[in-house]
Design a protein around this ligand. Structure first.
Ligand SMILES: Nc1ncnc2c1ncn2[C@@H]1O[C@H](COP(=O)(O)OP(=O)(O)OP(=O)(O)O)[C@@H](O)[C@H]1O
Length: 315
């Protein structure tokens, strides 16, 4: 199935737009990016940025208002069924399986849908269950599985028939950390075997670990896309200064933030009787000139910080 060059784009979005109010506003507004074979692209953005709507359009579950989606060379807007044959997806995990039927029977049903021939089904089901570490649950009823096991079963379903494109909306949300690690390892392995993966995630740690390319959405538009370094550069971020403050006089917080704004973007959130102050410091700031503040911690910025700084900037 995977017979052409490594750089081939399995998914290409061009100027994708979607309105839910007859064109008065667009929740996805001119989004373009691509996902190459063997790579993982993460779509991130604060709530309501348009991530799920974008992924649904990639999966042919929602028609774009404008723009194009091409999956494995197939125009997915004109030929959604043909495109779907190349897609495995996990979008929302509460529904989808027959709870009283066994894991194997459920996967047989989906193997049929994924056009896996009857002769190959037993082997394919064993393969995908092995991939997600559920081989010993083949005869269990789905309703007897834990939340994490069901999540892994959804991923197993998406792998049936080895689709070239895998779409995952929040694949590890609500999972125990150890199960999330298993799933992340699995995603990397599936990509290394040649699949193109598009995922959404609220976990910047996950994105940092997995994504080869990051697309940051903001109110339906691509704010920035590229490597982790590109996101840092765009957010103009190097280090982060943070501390808690219980003001001793009325204007203390205001005075301090006015001084700190000279150095970088300042975010203030309440923490009971205290205020948590975070200062996002760009490259080149003279750290020695910073006011000395009791309990302040200066540390290198993480992707989470870059993301929060961008969210703060665009709020
Ligand atoms: N079927 C719909 N009808 C009307 N508005 C919708 C519909 N689906 C989504 N929206 C709106 O589109 C916007 C983007 O939603 P979407 O779910 O794509 O965002 P998201 O980035 O995935 O958010 P979250 O991180 O909260 O999952 C939101 O304002 C949402 O209310």
């Amino acid at each position: 199935m995977h017979d052409s060059g490594h750089e081939e784009n399995v998914l290409e979005l061009t100027q994708l737009r979607r309105s839910f109010d007859q064109g008065r506003s667009f929740v996805v507004d001119g989004v373009s990016f691509s996902v190459a074979r063997g790579t993982i692209v993460a779509l991130v953005g604060i709530n309501g940025a348009g991530k799920t709507t974008t992924v649904k359009m990639c999966g042919t579950l929602l028609a774009p208002t404008e723009g194009s989606v091409v999956v494995a060379g197939v125009d997915a807007v004109k030929n959604p069924e043909k495109a779907r044959a190349h897609i495995g997806m996990v979008l929302g995990v509460e529904r989808g399986f027959y709870p009283r039927a066994s894991v194997r029977d459920n996967l047989r049903f989906f193997a049929d849908l994924a056009a896996v021939s009857y002769r190959e089904q037993a082997g394919e089901i064993a393969r995908v269950l092995e991939c997600v570490g559920l081989r010993d649950k083949e005869n269990k009823k789905v309703q007897e599985l834990s939340h994490g096991q069901k999540q892994r079963l959804h991923i197993a379903r998406a792998l049936l028939g080895s689709p070239e494109l895998i779409l995952l909306d929040e694949p590890t949300s609500g999972l125990d950390p150890d199960v999330a690690v298993t799933i992340r390892t699995l995603m990397r392995r599936v990509a290394d075997q040649g699949a193109a993966i598009l995922l959404t995630s609220h976990s910047m740690m996950e994105v940092s670990e997995l994504a080869d390319h990051i697309v940051v959405l903001n109110r339906g538009k691509v704010l920035v896309q590229g490597s982790e370094r590109d996101i840092f550069n765009f957010a103009q971020l190097d280090q982060v200064l943070s501390f808690s403050l219980v003001p001793t006089h009325e204007h203390e917080l205001e005075q301090l933030t006015t001084v700190l704004e000279f150095f970088g973007l300042v975010s203030v959130t309440s923490q009971g009787a205290a205020w948590k102050v975070t200062v996002y410091l760009p490259d080149g700031v003279d750290k020695h000139a910073l006011p000395s503040i009791e309990g302040a911690v200066l540390r290198p910025a993480t992707l989470e910080d870059a993301f929060l700084a961008l969210a703060e900037k665009t709020a």
